[in-house]
Ligand binder design. Sequence first.
Ligand SMILES: *[C@@H]1O[C@H](CO)[C@@H](O)[C@H](O)[C@H]1NC(C)=O
Ligand SMILES: *[C@@H]1O[C@H](CO)[C@@H](O)[C@H](O)[C@H]1NC(C)=O
Ligand SMILES: *[C@@H]1O[C@H](CO)[C@@H](O)[C@H](O)[C@H]1NC(C)=O
Ligand SMILES: *[C@@H]1O[C@H](CO)[C@@H](O)[C@H](O)[C@H]1NC(C)=O
Ligand SMILES: *[C@@H]1O[C@H](CO)[C@@H](O)[C@H](O)[C@H]1NC(C)=O
Length: 380
Amino acid sequence: MSAPAGARRGAVLLPAVAAALLALELVALALPSAAAGASGFRCRPGSRPVLFNFGDSNSDTGGMAAARGWHLERPEGRAFFPRPTGRFCDGRLTIDFLCESLNISYLSPFLKALGSNYSSGANFASAGAATSPRDVPFALHIQVQEFLYFRDRSLELIDQGLSGPIDAQGFKNALYMIDIGQNDVNALLSNLPYDQVIAKFPPILAEIEDAVQTLYSNGSRNFWIHGTGALGCLPQKLSIPRKNDSDLDQYGCLKTYNRAAVAFNTALASLCDHLSAQMDDATIVYTDLFPIKYDLIANHTKYGFDKPLMTCCGYGGPPYNYNFNKGCQSKGVTACNDGSKFVSWDGVHLTEAANAIVAKAILSSQYSKPSLKFDQFCRV
Ligand SMILES: *[C@@H]1O[C@H](CO)[C@@H](O)[C@H](O)[C@H]1NC(C)=O
Ligand SMILES: *[C@@H]1O[C@H](CO)[C@@H](O)[C@H](O)[C@H]1NC(C)=O
Ligand SMILES: *[C@@H]1O[C@H](CO)[C@@H](O)[C@H](O)[C@H]1NC(C)=O
Ligand SMILES: *[C@@H]1O[C@H](CO)[C@@H](O)[C@H](O)[C@H]1NC(C)=O
Ligand SMILES: *[C@@H]1O[C@H](CO)[C@@H](O)[C@H](O)[C@H]1NC(C)=O
């Protein structure tokens, strides 16, 4: 894992296209597996690691922008690429750092027609995606259908003697990552009281279970599932008008949102346990992103962040610099000079600097169950 990117350029703020800013989130999950411990993931000798990812904007490397023809502008991407790539971030996402750790190129979005290379896998994650409703683009279920389409076409090309990006062995040995649920949980929290929110988790979990089972029945054996993050520390949630501050914790985050995130992750972790027990020839790792992302806020000074609850690219000034009607891409919105001092890029998504720390924590295996190394599934 490399160090946080040097996001140190002066922020020239270009007025942006009024692209709809979808509030997306992420999730990370993982599960223990009796069979997993000793052997872990494996690839055939000499093969390259292959990764397939399903999720929302937290891991969307440009899929939704390609699908909808969004013309994002700077400052998106400014700290690394340094141009907009369809990522909602000033630079790399957590998944980009995970790819770097495997020495593979960043995952191309499945729907990106030009410049894509799928020899290391494909990314089906789409900004705004949730688990339900299940049959709309690009819900988790649709993303899994897209994967099956991708797989069938790749194998068909190979059958015809042409070059398909991934062969049957590649699909079998690949790692399948799922990072979804943040948008589902957020949508519930904006409409219902806490206890009713918790009661609505089972259908979300059922969709994740269905996704894993569908992939499993099509030969996938290695899964890496992310739990959701500290929703109550997002400037977007903190900017919702409130009567008083009784719901704020010692770090200034919303207790109710964070309790819901933790409850969701607990349920997801036990789903992963359940699936691991059921699929004893599969490895299912659950990684809890909540403590990782909460630590970014609670211990922000340790990581060099000055303003843990304030948006870098946003509108309105302190304390949160976030306005529902003026997102990072709206006209008249400016970005901070130094994104590496901020945890939040646009009120919903993390900065590249924060993503680098999240990836490093994921790679430590400390938050994973079972605590397998990320690169263990496929050694080059
Ligand atoms: C990636 O490449 C670096 C340097 O080339 C090497 O040290 C490292 O072991 C490689 N990592 C993997 C997972 O292959
Ligand atoms: C795609 O990526 C692979 C692995 O990095 C590389 O070997 C291959 O040359 C690339 N293909 C194209 C067309 O760039
Ligand atoms: C892939 O999964 C779908 C849904 O579970 C199933 O209908 C189909 O038969 C599977 N294909 C293979 C080759 O197992
Ligand atoms: C703060 O607001 C909550 C409802 O949002 C209410 O239950 C509570 O009594 C209020 N506390 C004070 C000190 O006003
Ligand atoms: C802050 O860091 C300390 C020391 O590493 C750690 O024990 C603590 O759990 C962290 N706080 C949070 C809320 O993550």
